[in-house]
Design a protein around this ligand. Sequence first.
Ligand SMILES: [Fe+2]
Ligand SMILES: [Fe+2]
Length: 252
Amino acid sequence: MTGTDEGCVRIAAVGDVHLDADVVGRYRPALEHLGGKADLLLLAGDLTRHGTPEEAACVAREFGGLAVPVVAILGNHDYHSDRPEEVTAVLRDAGLTVLECTGTVLECNGIRVGVAGTKGFGGGFAGACASEFGEPEMKAFTRHGRELAARFGEALAALECDVRISLTHYSPVPETLLGEPVEIYPFLGSYHLAQAIDGAPGVGLAVHGHAHAGSERGTTPGGVPVRNVAHPVIRQAYNVYQLTVSSVLTPA
Ligand SMILES: [Fe+2]
Ligand SMILES: [Fe+2]
Protein backbone atom coordinates (compact mmCIF):
# COMPACT_ATOMS: atom_id res chain seq x y z
CA MET A 1 0.00 0.00 0.00
CA THR A 2 1.20 3.49 -0.74
CA GLY A 3 -1.46 5.45 1.09
CA THR A 4 -4.06 6.07 -1.62
CA ASP A 5 -7.75 5.25 -1.34
CA GLU A 6 -8.64 1.65 -2.10
CA GLY A 7 -9.76 1.33 -5.71
CA CYS A 8 -7.56 4.11 -7.09
CA VAL A 9 -4.22 4.01 -8.79
CA ARG A 10 -2.09 7.06 -9.44
CA ILE A 11 -0.10 7.03 -12.66
CA ALA A 12 2.83 9.44 -12.99
CA ALA A 13 4.08 9.95 -16.52
CA VAL A 14 6.58 11.98 -18.51
CA GLY A 15 8.22 11.60 -21.90
CA ASP A 16 10.91 13.27 -23.96
CA VAL A 17 13.25 13.98 -21.08
CA HIS A 18 16.14 13.73 -23.59
CA LEU A 19 18.84 13.15 -21.00
CA ASP A 20 22.55 13.49 -21.54
CA ALA A 21 25.45 14.56 -19.35
CA ASP A 22 24.31 18.20 -19.49
CA VAL A 23 20.73 17.51 -18.41
CA VAL A 24 21.13 14.70 -15.87
CA GLY A 25 19.92 15.77 -12.43
CA ARG A 26 17.21 18.14 -13.71
CA TYR A 27 14.32 15.83 -12.79
CA ARG A 28 15.70 14.03 -9.77
CA PRO A 29 14.67 16.50 -7.02
CA ALA A 30 11.00 16.19 -8.04
CA LEU A 31 11.32 12.42 -8.45
CA GLU A 32 12.51 11.99 -4.86
CA HIS A 33 8.97 12.90 -3.70
CA LEU A 34 7.23 10.60 -6.14
CA GLY A 35 6.44 7.89 -3.60
CA GLY A 36 3.88 10.09 -1.87
CA LYS A 37 2.24 11.21 -5.07
CA ALA A 38 2.04 8.21 -7.41
CA ASP A 39 2.02 4.42 -7.50
CA LEU A 40 4.11 3.99 -10.63
CA LEU A 41 5.96 6.08 -13.20
CA LEU A 42 5.64 5.72 -16.96
CA LEU A 43 8.40 7.01 -19.28
CA ALA A 44 7.06 7.65 -22.78
CA GLY A 45 10.26 7.43 -24.79
CA ASP A 46 12.95 9.82 -26.06
CA LEU A 47 14.77 9.23 -22.81
CA THR A 48 18.10 10.19 -24.41
CA ARG A 49 19.26 12.70 -27.02
CA HIS A 50 21.07 10.35 -29.40
CA GLY A 51 20.49 6.85 -28.06
CA THR A 52 23.98 6.07 -26.79
CA PRO A 53 24.64 3.74 -23.83
CA GLU A 54 26.41 6.66 -22.12
CA GLU A 55 23.24 8.72 -22.30
CA ALA A 56 21.24 5.70 -21.16
CA ALA A 57 23.47 5.64 -18.06
CA CYS A 58 22.27 9.20 -17.38
CA VAL A 59 18.67 7.94 -17.61
CA ALA A 60 19.56 5.11 -15.22
CA ARG A 61 20.97 7.62 -12.71
CA GLU A 62 17.92 9.86 -13.02
CA PHE A 63 15.20 7.21 -12.84
CA GLY A 64 16.85 4.30 -11.03
CA GLY A 65 16.16 3.51 -7.38
CA LEU A 66 12.89 5.46 -7.11
CA ALA A 67 10.19 4.68 -4.54
CA VAL A 68 7.80 3.46 -7.26
CA PRO A 69 8.20 1.02 -10.17
CA VAL A 70 9.26 2.60 -13.47
CA VAL A 71 7.94 1.30 -16.80
CA ALA A 72 9.53 2.72 -19.94
CA ILE A 73 9.55 2.50 -23.70
CA LEU A 74 12.13 3.87 -26.10
CA GLY A 75 11.51 6.73 -28.53
CA ASN A 76 12.95 7.50 -31.93
CA HIS A 77 15.88 9.40 -30.38
CA ASP A 78 16.77 6.29 -28.40
CA TYR A 79 17.22 4.43 -31.71
CA HIS A 80 19.40 7.09 -33.35
CA SER A 81 22.74 5.37 -32.66
CA ASP A 82 21.37 1.99 -33.77
CA ARG A 83 22.02 0.62 -30.27
CA PRO A 84 18.53 0.17 -28.78
CA GLU A 85 19.42 -3.21 -27.26
CA GLU A 86 22.35 -1.69 -25.36
CA VAL A 87 20.23 1.26 -24.24
CA THR A 88 17.54 -1.15 -23.05
CA ALA A 89 20.09 -3.26 -21.16
CA VAL A 90 21.42 -0.24 -19.28
CA LEU A 91 17.91 0.76 -18.25
CA ARG A 92 17.01 -2.76 -17.15
CA ASP A 93 20.20 -3.01 -15.10
CA ALA A 94 18.93 0.07 -13.22
CA GLY A 95 15.67 -1.70 -12.40
CA LEU A 96 13.45 -0.13 -15.05
CA THR A 97 10.96 -2.30 -16.93
CA VAL A 98 11.39 -1.63 -20.67
CA LEU A 99 8.60 -2.66 -23.01
CA GLU A 100 8.46 -3.06 -26.79
CA CYS A 101 5.30 -4.71 -28.07
CA THR A 102 5.18 -6.38 -24.67
CA GLY A 103 3.31 -5.86 -21.44
CA THR A 104 3.75 -6.06 -17.70
CA VAL A 105 1.37 -6.26 -14.74
CA LEU A 106 2.15 -4.53 -11.45
CA GLU A 107 0.30 -4.78 -8.16
CA CYS A 108 -0.63 -1.33 -6.80
CA ASN A 109 -2.95 -0.99 -3.77
CA GLY A 110 -4.27 -4.47 -4.44
CA ILE A 111 -5.08 -3.49 -8.04
CA ARG A 112 -3.49 -5.29 -10.96
CA VAL A 113 -2.22 -2.52 -13.24
CA GLY A 114 -1.37 -3.72 -16.73
CA VAL A 115 0.82 -1.67 -19.04
CA ALA A 116 1.60 -2.55 -22.64
CA GLY A 117 4.10 -0.46 -24.53
CA THR A 118 5.63 0.22 -27.89
CA LYS A 119 7.59 3.00 -29.50
CA GLY A 120 5.06 2.86 -32.29
CA PHE A 121 5.64 4.73 -35.52
CA GLY A 122 4.19 7.34 -37.83
CA GLY A 123 1.94 6.98 -40.84
CA GLY A 124 -0.73 9.55 -40.13
CA PHE A 125 -4.43 9.67 -39.47
CA ALA A 126 -7.71 9.26 -41.30
CA GLY A 127 -7.80 11.31 -44.46
CA ALA A 128 -4.07 12.10 -44.40
CA CYS A 129 -2.17 8.88 -43.96
CA ALA A 130 0.46 6.87 -45.78
CA SER A 131 -0.62 3.75 -47.63
CA GLU A 132 1.13 0.54 -48.60
CA PHE A 133 1.31 1.41 -52.29
CA GLY A 134 4.04 2.17 -54.79
CA GLU A 135 7.75 2.14 -54.02
CA PRO A 136 9.14 -0.50 -51.67
CA GLU A 137 10.40 2.27 -49.36
CA MET A 138 6.89 3.70 -49.02
CA LYS A 139 5.42 0.28 -48.42
CA ALA A 140 8.08 -0.50 -45.82
CA PHE A 141 7.42 2.80 -43.98
CA THR A 142 3.70 2.16 -43.83
CA ARG A 143 3.98 -1.54 -43.05
CA HIS A 144 6.36 -0.91 -40.12
CA GLY A 145 3.79 1.24 -38.31
CA ARG A 146 0.94 -1.14 -39.00
CA GLU A 147 2.86 -4.21 -37.86
CA LEU A 148 4.14 -2.58 -34.67
CA ALA A 149 0.62 -1.46 -33.79
CA ALA A 150 -0.76 -4.95 -34.42
CA ARG A 151 1.83 -6.58 -32.16
CA PHE A 152 1.29 -3.91 -29.54
CA GLY A 153 -2.47 -4.44 -29.68
CA GLU A 154 -2.03 -8.14 -29.01
CA ALA A 155 0.16 -7.41 -25.98
CA LEU A 156 -2.34 -4.86 -24.68
CA ALA A 157 -5.33 -7.16 -25.05
CA ALA A 158 -3.50 -10.10 -23.45
CA LEU A 159 -2.86 -8.32 -20.14
CA GLU A 160 -4.69 -9.95 -17.24
CA CYS A 161 -5.36 -6.93 -15.05
CA ASP A 162 -7.89 -4.60 -13.44
CA VAL A 163 -6.53 -1.41 -15.04
CA ARG A 164 -5.18 -1.48 -18.60
CA ILE A 165 -2.81 1.26 -19.78
CA SER A 166 -1.31 2.01 -23.21
CA LEU A 167 2.21 3.46 -23.33
CA THR A 168 3.51 4.63 -26.71
CA HIS A 169 5.97 7.20 -27.99
CA TYR A 170 4.11 8.12 -31.17
CA SER A 171 0.58 9.43 -30.80
CA PRO A 172 -2.54 7.36 -31.44
CA VAL A 173 -4.68 10.44 -32.18
CA PRO A 174 -4.30 13.83 -33.90
CA GLU A 175 -5.89 15.86 -31.07
CA THR A 176 -2.77 15.73 -28.91
CA LEU A 177 -0.68 16.98 -31.85
CA LEU A 178 -2.53 20.31 -31.88
CA GLY A 179 0.17 22.98 -31.99
CA GLU A 180 2.46 20.99 -34.29
CA PRO A 181 2.53 21.78 -38.02
CA VAL A 182 -0.19 19.73 -39.72
CA GLU A 183 2.33 18.82 -42.43
CA ILE A 184 4.32 16.63 -40.01
CA TYR A 185 1.40 14.79 -38.39
CA PRO A 186 2.23 11.61 -40.39
CA PHE A 187 5.63 11.60 -38.66
CA LEU A 188 4.13 12.07 -35.21
CA GLY A 189 1.58 9.29 -34.96
CA SER A 190 -0.66 6.70 -36.51
CA TYR A 191 -4.31 5.77 -36.43
CA HIS A 192 -3.17 2.15 -36.23
CA LEU A 193 -2.21 2.78 -32.59
CA ALA A 194 -5.71 4.05 -31.78
CA GLN A 195 -7.20 0.99 -33.44
CA ALA A 196 -4.99 -1.20 -31.25
CA ILE A 197 -6.04 0.67 -28.11
CA ASP A 198 -9.73 0.61 -28.97
CA GLY A 199 -9.44 -3.07 -29.90
CA ALA A 200 -8.34 -4.04 -26.39
CA PRO A 201 -10.96 -4.32 -23.64
CA GLY A 202 -11.30 -1.54 -21.07
CA VAL A 203 -8.21 0.59 -21.63
CA GLY A 204 -8.29 3.32 -18.98
CA LEU A 205 -5.52 5.60 -20.21
CA ALA A 206 -3.27 6.02 -23.25
CA VAL A 207 -0.03 7.91 -22.64
CA HIS A 208 2.36 9.10 -25.35
CA GLY A 209 5.11 11.62 -26.05
CA HIS A 210 7.08 12.71 -29.16
CA ALA A 211 4.97 15.77 -30.04
CA HIS A 212 6.90 18.48 -28.17
CA ALA A 213 4.69 21.28 -29.47
CA GLY A 214 1.45 19.33 -29.16
CA SER A 215 -1.37 19.39 -26.62
CA GLU A 216 -1.92 17.33 -23.50
CA ARG A 217 -5.45 15.96 -23.92
CA GLY A 218 -7.24 13.89 -26.51
CA THR A 219 -9.50 10.86 -26.86
CA THR A 220 -9.43 7.84 -29.12
CA PRO A 221 -12.45 7.24 -31.39
CA GLY A 222 -13.44 4.54 -28.90
CA GLY A 223 -13.41 6.98 -25.97
CA VAL A 224 -10.09 6.18 -24.28
CA PRO A 225 -8.45 9.24 -22.68
CA VAL A 226 -5.14 10.10 -24.38
CA ARG A 227 -2.46 12.20 -22.69
CA ASN A 228 0.61 13.67 -24.38
CA VAL A 229 3.15 13.78 -21.55
CA ALA A 230 6.12 15.10 -23.55
CA HIS A 231 8.07 17.21 -21.08
CA PRO A 232 7.85 20.37 -23.21
CA VAL A 233 4.04 19.94 -23.13
CA ILE A 234 3.48 19.23 -19.44
CA ARG A 235 6.34 21.55 -18.35
CA GLN A 236 7.07 19.69 -15.13
CA ALA A 237 8.91 16.56 -14.05
CA TYR A 238 5.76 14.43 -14.40
CA ASN A 239 2.00 14.59 -14.48
CA VAL A 240 -0.14 12.33 -12.30
CA TYR A 241 -3.38 10.76 -13.53
CA GLN A 242 -5.67 8.98 -11.10
CA LEU A 243 -7.70 6.02 -12.31
CA THR A 244 -10.47 4.39 -10.33
CA VAL A 245 -10.96 0.70 -10.82
CA SER A 246 -14.73 0.94 -11.20
CA SER A 247 -14.36 3.24 -14.21
CA VAL A 248 -11.86 1.11 -16.07
CA LEU A 249 -12.68 -2.47 -15.12
CA THR A 250 -12.99 -4.85 -18.02
CA PRO A 251 -16.65 -5.76 -18.47
CA ALA A 252 -17.37 -9.37 -17.51
FE1 LIG B 1 11.30 13.95 -28.16
FE1 LIG C 1 10.38 11.47 -30.45
